[in-house]
Design a binder for this molecule. Structure first.
Ligand SMILES: [Zn+2]
Length: 401
């Protein structure tokens, strides 16, 4: 078994499911456990490594070229709460083609596996997720460090290795100290498949909408009651259906109501505003403000407040400040014989937040597929490519100043 495969199969067995309802950091104890294991393994390899009080692991692989800038590699140890993460039982499969039936009887359809015949896959037994999101990234980074240490003649820049927690519940960067990372740029190893450079994300705002009415006993309601539920319905009815996530793709923007709660007196709504083009968020907000106005006009007595809050901005805006981050990643792929594909993420990543905070951070592929469900799998060959890309990347950066 290769070191990479061995590491990966070991890491996925540690239960690190993130828990949105937890108020601790990290949200679950398994994340601290896996972080401690990784810090210990890095120390064993001879790196200066430590796990801080938030369970975040930071280590430094020294460079061997005078004056080369420091870069960072990041992966998250937590896994998605959308499928069980306890008792992960990884299965190594030499895939021959066709449907793949897992131990539990669950089938990964052949169409999900197109092009993978002859490759080594790691699947679950069908009862849990695999956690390749993002333990493939963790294993790829650990293996790259190991191989760089075993090959001191390969020129390399210094690398900060960082393992974060609770990315899956949007808290991945909460406890990161950008100053301490002290790098010119970073790469998250948290991308699907192979050969992708994700260098663009949505720009995102959220609208917190309050629809207020007046409640009174329905028996006494004549001429007095103002029903906020009817107000909310009127408001929502005005959002163009073609602007929804279910009717948009690629670079198209959307408005997405995702929370509705309340009663006659008051209804609260939360609506996501998403666009790759930041100024377009204003146009989406205008749609909401217009809907509020119309609602108040048509349902007498109801008030609608729309409060727009900024969430994150398209990573591309910040990556432009350090063009080498993406350019050298592209070169690294070419060095391993691959023409990378640039991809826009219809969502955010830890990288969008880090880029915004001043650490330009594109996302690279690590061979994960079908993540966040029991049909998740990883491709070992693609993980190997990701390791090779990291080795090329540090050599390319070692020539920079
Ligand atoms: Zn991930």
């Amino acid at each position: 078994m290769s070191n990479l495969l061995e590491r990966f199969c070991r890491y996925v067995k540690v239960e690190t499911t993130a828990d949105e309802n937890s108020t601790t950091y990290p949200s679950t104890p398994g994340q601290r456990e896996l972080g401690a294991l990784l810090a210990a393994e890095l120390k064993e390899m001879g790196l200066e490594a430590h796990q801080d009080e938030h369970a975040v692991v930071i280590a430094t692989l020294p460079g061997n070229v005078e004056g080369a800038p420091t870069i960072a590699w990041l992966a998250h140890v937590d896994t998605s709460p959308e499928a069980p993460g306890k008792g992960v039982n990884p299965q190594v499969v030499e895939y021959k083609g066709g449907d793949l039936t897992l131990k539990s009887g669950l089938v990964i359809p052949g169409e999900d596996l197109d092009g993978y015949a002859g490759k080594t896959l790691v699947t679950t037994d069908g009862t849990t997720l695999l956690g390749a999101d993002d333990k493939s990234g963790v294993a790829v980074i650990m293996t790259a460090v190991e191989r760089l240490l075993a090959d001191p003649d390969r020129p390399r820049c210094p690398v900060r290795v960082i393992f974060t927690c609770d990315e899956e519940i949007g808290r991945g960067t909460d406890k990161l100290d950008i100053e301490a990372i002290d790098a010119v740029c970073a790469y998250t190893l948290d991308g699907e498949s192979e050969g992708l450079i994700e260098n663009e994300t949505f720009s995102a705002d959220v609208a917190v909408v309050k629809v207020k009415g007046r409640n009174i006993h329905p028996g006494l309601a004549y001429g007095k009651m103002v029903n906020a539920i009817r107000g909310a319905a009127k408001f929502l009815e005005q959002l163009p259906p073609q602007l929804s996530p279910e009717c948009t793709k690629d670079k198209e923007a959307f408005l997405h109501p995702y929370v509705l709660e309340g009663g006659v007196a008051e209804v609260g709504l939360r609506i996501l505003l998403r666009s790759f083009h930041t100024p377009e968020l204003k146009e989406l907000a205008d749609v909401l403000h217009a809907a509020a106005e119309t609602t108040m006009k048509e349902i007498v007595g109801v008030t609608v407040e729309v409060n727009i809050q900024e969430q994150y901005r398209n990573m591309a805006e910040y990556l432009a400040k350090e063009p080498r981050a993406v350019a050298l990643a592209e070169k690294a792929y070419q060095k391993v014989g691959m023409e990378p594909v640039f991809k826009s993420i219809r969502g955010g990543t830890d990288g969008s937040r880090l880029s915004e905070l001043g650490l330009p951070t594109p996302n690279l592929s690590t061979g994960m597929h079908n993540f966040h469900c029991e049909a998740e799998f990883a491709c070992l060959d693609e993980m190997e490519t990701a390791v090779s890309v990291l080795l090329e990347l540090v050599t390319l950066w070692s020539a920079e100043r």
